[in-house]
Design a protein around this ligand. Structure first.
Ligand code: PEP
Ligand code: MN
Length: 351
């Protein structure tokens, strides 16, 4: 990791650095922060002569060698001060709440717009709406390119940022072009390394955050952080980790609730953690408890499927969406938990 003396390298300086590390089979990935740009050297960056040549450049402040597989996402990396900014929020400074439909019904755009206004009124910071859906059955509704317009209408009417899942290059291009603020990578694609690389590349320097779900089968914490590293190494460090329940399921729930992984992630990575209790427990009646548990574990926020009239929803909405009224009460409770948690981190946490 190269830390320049000024806030960033000039083009000529960057060319020189790229040429030097290229001689040792490495490449440079600039990571643009709010205050300065740092330059990750990817490849075998332990080559002493290469490091010394870089340190010999008078515009380089220092070389940060990180003894970890996660050069960018590690808590000990130079990126640890990086903040993910979405709309008017800096994630981590107050609870970040994403809420809205599982699935946008293109036949009923008004229903999505109504829910979008209602979740804003309830206190959400970002609106979710599935334009494209990963469905177990190939004959089930797969989403519709046209729903992107409905999502963007919700953004312009409410002024809130919007989140949607993308599963391939086609959807990625449409979402980036439309101006989606948060790209969701779903549980089914969390290990699709080609897509993760593509997403990092397509969203670099675009002020688009990525919400990376934990895949159903993901065991070790490191596997989750490594998936995020792919996106950051592709060029976008605005990555948030989203535990959403794993398999095998806990009897009665949709998945095995995993909000308790939050402190383990936070010991290793600076990435914000936004828990998805909706897919974890899978039934509206259990969602508030799971959301509060997530916040107690130290999550930076939650993503909650919310619908003004769940029984008229499609996708997961009829069974697991809460209503905006429940969301409003839940956000108030989450704010209280946030205050309590802060005291724990200050007074009682050994870290
Ligand atoms: C969703 O958010 O609607 C979704 C499909 O989530 P996951 O990828 O976690 O299953
Ligand atoms: Mn869903």
């Amino acid at each position: 990791m190269i830390i320049p003396k000024e806030s960033k390298l000039t083009e000529e300086q960057l060319d020189e650095v790229v040429a030097i590390v290229g001689e040792y089979g490495c490449r440079v990935q600039p990571i643009v922060g709010h205050h300065r740009t740092i330059y990750a050297v990817l490849g075998d960056e332990r080559e002493t002569i290469m490091v010394n040549r870089i340190l010999g450049l008078d515009y380089v402040d220092r070389w940060d060698a990180i003894d970890t597989p996660f050069k960018l996402m590690d808590l000990k990396s130079e990126m640890s001060h990086h903040k993910v900014k979405i709309g008017n929020s800096i994630v981590g400074e107050s609870p970040f709440i994403i809420a809205g439909h599982c699935t946008i019904d293109p036949k009923n755009p008004n229903m999505f717009i109504e829910s979008a206004h209602a979740v804003k009124e309830a206190g959400a910071n970002c609106i979710r709406g599935g334009v494209w859906k990963p469905r177990t059955m190939p004959y089930a509704f797969q989403g519709d390119d046209k729903s992107i317009k409905i999502l963007m209408d919700a953004k312009s009417q409410t002024g809130l940022p919007v989140d949607t899942e993308v599963m391939d290059d086609h959807q990625l291009a449409i979402a980036v072009e439309a101006g989606v603020d948060v790209l969701q990578i779903g549980a089914r694609n969390a290990l699709n390394y080609s897509l993760l690389k593509q997403v990092g590349k397509a969203t670099a320097d675009k002020q688009i955050a990525v919400l990376l779900k934990r895949s159903m089968g993901m065991g070790p914490v490191n596997e989750f952080i490594a998936a995020a590293e792919y996106i950051a190494a592709g060029g976008n460090a605005d990555v948030m980790l989203c535990p959403r329940g794993t398999s095998p399921t806990m009897d009665g729930y949709r998945n095995y609730p995993d909000e308790s992984i939050t402190p383990l992630l936070k010991e290793k990575t600076w990435a914000p953690v936004i828990v998805d209790p909706s897919h974890s427990v899978g039934r509206a009646k259990y969602v508030p408890s799971a959301a509060m548990a997530a916040m107690s574990y130290g999550a930076d926020g939650v993503i909650i499927e919310t619908h003004s009239n769940p029984k008229f929803g499609i996708g997961d909405d009829p069974k697991q969406s809460i209503t905006p009224e429940v969301l409003k009460k839940l956000i108030q409770d989450i704010n209280q938990i946030w205050t309590i948690r802060k005291q724990y981190s200050k007074e009682l946490s050994p870290a």
